[in-house]
Design a protein around this ligand. Structure first.
Ligand SMILES: Nc1ncnc2c1ncn2[C@@H]1O[C@H](COP(=O)(O)OP(=O)(O)OP(=O)(O)O)[C@@H](O)[C@H]1O
Ligand SMILES: [Mg+2]
Length: 448
């Protein structure tokens, strides 16, 4: 898998080792740096995919610290670069710390060229795979406006959306909460010739029953007390565009009859008006309710059901979408990291496992919330299952001391966020005094 002429950056201050490594990796375009400054310049100039870095660099009093500093700076400059750290006799502790800070792998000196060779090859390979993945998700995103899908069932739905969007058939989107009904409704509009006009959404569950009619059909001045001026309803606003009736299962029966009449005749009358107004709009409906059962129990009109469901799209729950879970999680993380300019690189292994195994009852919306929360809570380069709120134990922590520290930092952060950085209020929530809170913040290097 060795890729010729790929750039490999080697950061090593030992001249002998430099030469040895340069010679060994002659199939790559090797760039060598002996200190932090040169290494940073080389990262900027050559944008290497892989860097081998001596952690104990340079060998002055503060050598090791500079190694960690470079690692952090390097990953800040290029979060996708794979860094392999070489440790001397500082032991495992440093290697673990480097991994936590985001290095890809570690290797203990003395150098065995063949083993290092394998690690480097694999690093390039992983880098290329990840790049492909990023490319793919960007591509998939652009196809349907922010919609991430790779699972077969979801891809089928995307194809269906693309096919029916340009037509005027009515679509019924069925799916549990947070599965993306609104996203798909918007996609139907955006991919239709109606996209220059409005998509008007009305949430039938959110409007009091006595107001839905005037919301939908509008009203004439003086139609009822409080109707001080003629007001256009949602259906009229959706003229030439798309009307999205969200939570259609919550529409009261008497309005179902009025909606049915509109769908048959395509004209409306404003409340209190006599004029018939012709409306050309495309109908998209959504609900998480079981309409079949509602029809059987007489709560939903069967004739209306057939009108609104010329095409029915069943959106699968997130837990049934196979690889989509990880793809979506990475996409969402990327989105939040970019927006908040964070230094988080990805998910730890326990987080990936937890994402795969969680049942996601709140579907994509729940995932969005959990990942957003995790980006706030995360201390390191990689988000853990604990950050996501999907694990009670801190599996990746080194020892009890670290578990305690992490728990304390988390509690402080939560209290500070909840109190909008008000130190007195945060201290009160935590049941400690202000000076104690200041001491703890100082101890953990936290700013308010
Ligand atoms: N396939 C997807 N790719 C990217 N983001 C998605 C996807 N599906 C849903 N989302 C995001 O998840 C959130 C929930 O989606 P949406 O509001 O469309 O769900 P819903 O089914 O209408 O939920 P509810 O029943 O709660 O109204 C939104 O922020 C949306 O942007
Ligand atoms: Mg919705």
């Amino acid at each position: 898998m060795k890729t010729k002429a790929e750039t490999l950056l080697i950061v090593e201050d030992d001249k002998g080792l430099q030469t040895q490594l340069k010679w060994h990796f002659s199939d790559y375009q090797v760039v060598v740096a002996a200190n932090q400054k040169d290494a940073v310049a080389a990262i900027r100039l050559h944008e290497p995919k892989v860097m081998i870095q001596d952690l104990g660099l340079p060998p002055d009093e503060d050598g090791v610290k500079e190694g960690f500093e470079l690692l952090q700076q390097a990953l800040h400059l290029n979060p996708h670069m794979k860094v392999i750290v070489m440790t001397g006799n500082e032991g495992n502790q440093h290697a673990m710390q480097a991994i936590k800070l985001g290095s890809y792998d570690f290797y203990a000196k003395p150098v065995d060229p063949d083993t290092l060779d394998l690690i480097v090859q694999r690093a390039f390979h992983i880098h290329d795979l990840e790049e492909k993945n990023r490319h793919l998700s960007q591509h998939q995103e652009s196809m349907l406006n922010g919609l991430i899908a790779s699972d077969e069932k979801m891809l089928k739905i995307c194809k269906m959306i693309e096919k029916v969007a340009p037509t005027d058939v009515s679509c019924l989107l069925l799916g549990d909460s947070g599965t993306g009904k609104e996203v798909l409704a918007n996609a139907l509009h955006q991919l239709s010739p109606r996209k220059e006009h409005n998509i008007i959404a009305i949430n039938c569950a959110a409007i009091p029953e006595n107001l839905i009619e005037s919301e939908l059909f509008g009203y004439e001045k003086g139609a009822f007390t409080g109707a001080v001026k003629t007001t256009i309803g949602k259906i009229e606003q959706a003229h030439k565009g798309t009307l999205f009736l969200d939570e259609i299962g919550d529409m009261p029966l008497h309005l179902q009859a009025k909606l049915l009449r509109f769908l048959q005749e395509r004209v409306i009358e404003r409340v209190g008006g006599r004029k018939q107004i012709a409306i050309d709009t495309r109908i998209v409906c959504a609900t998480h309710k079981n309409l079949d059962e509602m029809i059987a129990s007489g709560e939903f009109r069967e004739d209306l059901f057939y009108r609104i469901s010329e095409i029915q799209i069943d959106i699968p729950a997130l837990k049934d979408r196979g690889s989509d879970k990880i793809l979506l999680a990475k996409y969402l993380l990327n989105k939040f990291v970019k927006k908040q300019k964070l230094n988080i690189i990805g998910f730890s292994e326990d987080a990936i496992n937890a994402i795969e195994n969680h049942s996601w009852p709140g579907n994509v919306r729940e995932m969005e919330n959990k990942i957003k929360r995790a980006t706030i809570m995360c201390e390191l380069k990689y988000i853990s299952a604990l950050d996501l709120g999907l694990s009670k134990i801190e599996s990746s922590a080194l020892n009890l001391k670290e578990i305690r520290k992490n728990a304390e930092v988390r509690a402080l952060k939560q209290a500070l966020i909840a109190s909008d950085n008000n130190i007195s209020a945060a201290a009160k929530t935590l049941g400690i005094t202000r000076p104690t809170l200041y001491d703890l913040m100082k101890k953990y290097n936290m700013s308010s």
